[in-house]
Design a protein around this ligand. Structure first.
Ligand SMILES: Cc1ncc(COP(=O)(O)O)c(C=O)c1O
Length: 374
């Protein structure tokens, strides 16, 4: 009897297929940079910023070195520092709260909604104190949090709102784009993000001319002119080659978003009715670009192992909320976040990218059905 054919491993995020489709444009764009040699702040930087500002619908886009740097620069630009409190979600990647702490401010964790994993806007106002300076919601998995409610709380208390849109570039909320919904939008171009470069990169978005100017200065060591340091800044630029890569990737971005939406709908349909599995709720006034396609499962380790045995990679975003991480223990006492703790035990991210092959997606669905029936 013949041995069964080995199962073909599938990528979690298929960047190779994307590269194959865009190869020529990416090479041409990168070659142009190599020819002109302006590796830092070359013409592609402004070209990208203009294109992204127009796409999001803000007056300004400031490219920066990473999503982490975008959060840092936004808070520095708003003058957030020692003694200030920033309200945020504990159910996120560490960078969100890390930059608050790095500036000497206090992260105040507010629990998330059980069905979207985004910050529960109805709980924010109770966490506001005279020290609160900002609200930093995260648009987790590619779906914007309840920004209208968050902006309303911020307006009542004179707070800055910074959207951590690292996972949601391209998402829509009440007919407007993620990143253009509050004082600041901060995104990441980490390779596997909805819009990703070939290294680290990020961007800030704002309609406020003075804040945009502050961010432009902070990203180059607080210089208002060469060697004129008018404020404290960081080395936070995005390099020209990465901007060139993104300009090439923008050619196909609308198509990629359509694919992500179609694949997300296909997952939801195929997963409906699987015992014990719950899909993420997507609110009627917004969409999700599925920066991660994340579901809630029982017996997560066993499900993950069953999928792994069939060559299907999965990930957990995130296994422990930040207030339960040792580095954030100092801010845990004030954090009452049982929902975050519960969802952290259930979430499982499945393979997702614009180039996910529907045949591979069917393999994921079949493997999940098998694992949950066991
Ligand atoms: C929610 C969130 N915030 C911030 C970041 C930081 O972005 P970067 O890796 O570009 O610094 C990430 C990236 O993983 C993220 O997912």
């Amino acid at each position: 009897m013949n041995a069964p054919a080995p199962l073909r491993p599938m990528p979690f995020s298929d960047l190779k297929a994307q590269y194959a489709a865009l190869r020529q444009s990416i090479h041409e764009r990168m070659q142009r940079v190599l020819d002109h040699g302006q590796y830092i702040m070359g013409p592609e930087v402004k070209e990208l910023e203009d294109r992204l500002a127009a796409y999001v619908g803000t007056r300004h886009c400031i490219s920066v070195a990473s999503g982490t740097e975008a959060l840092l620069i936004a808070m520095m630009g708003s003058g957030i520092g020692r003694g200030d409190e920033v309200i945020t979600s504990p159910f996120t990647f560490a960078a969100t709260a890390e930059m608050i702490v790095l500036l000497g401010a206090t992260p105040v964790f507010v629990d998330v909604e059980a069905d979207t994993c985004n910050i529960d806007a109805s709980r924010i106002e109770a966490a506001v104190t005279p020290r609160t300076r900002a609200i930093l919601p995260v648009s987790l998995y590619g779906q914007v949090a309840d920004m209208a409610a968050i902006n309303a709380v911020a307006a009542r208390h004179g707070l800055v709102v910074i959207e951590d849109a690292a996972q949601s570039f391209g998402a829509s909320y009440q007919g407007r784009r993620s990143c253009g919904l509050s004082t600041w939008g901060a995104t990441s171009f980490f390779p596997s993000k909805p819009l990703g470069c070939y290294g680290d990169g990020g961007a800030l978005f704002t309609d406020d001319d003075a804040l945009a100017q502050a961010a432009r200065e902070i990203r180059v060591h607080g210089q208002s002119a060469r060697y004129s340091h008018t404020r404290i800044g960081v080395g936070g630029r995005m390099d020209t080659l990465q901007c060139a890569v993104l300009l090439a990737k923008l050619e196909r971005f609308d198509w990629e978003l359509q694919r992500r939406h179609a694949l997300g709908a296909r997952y939801a349909q195929g997963l409906a009715g699987l015992p014990g599995l719950r899909t993420l709720a997507v609110r009627a006034d917004r969409d999700c670009v599925w920066g991660q396609y994340t579901v809630f499962v029982p017996r997560r380790s066993a499900v993950q192992a069953a999928l792994q045995a069939q060559g299907i990679p999965t990930a957990v975003h995130y296994p422990r909320p930040l207030h339960r991480q040792p580095a954030y223990a100092a801010w845990a006492a004030r954090a009452h976040c049982p929902v975050s703790e519960q969802v952290a035990e259930q979430v499982l991210s499945l393979p997702m990218s614009a180039d996910l092959d529907p045949a591979d997606q069917d393999r994921v669905l079949a493997a999940l059905a098998g694992a949950l029936a066991d």
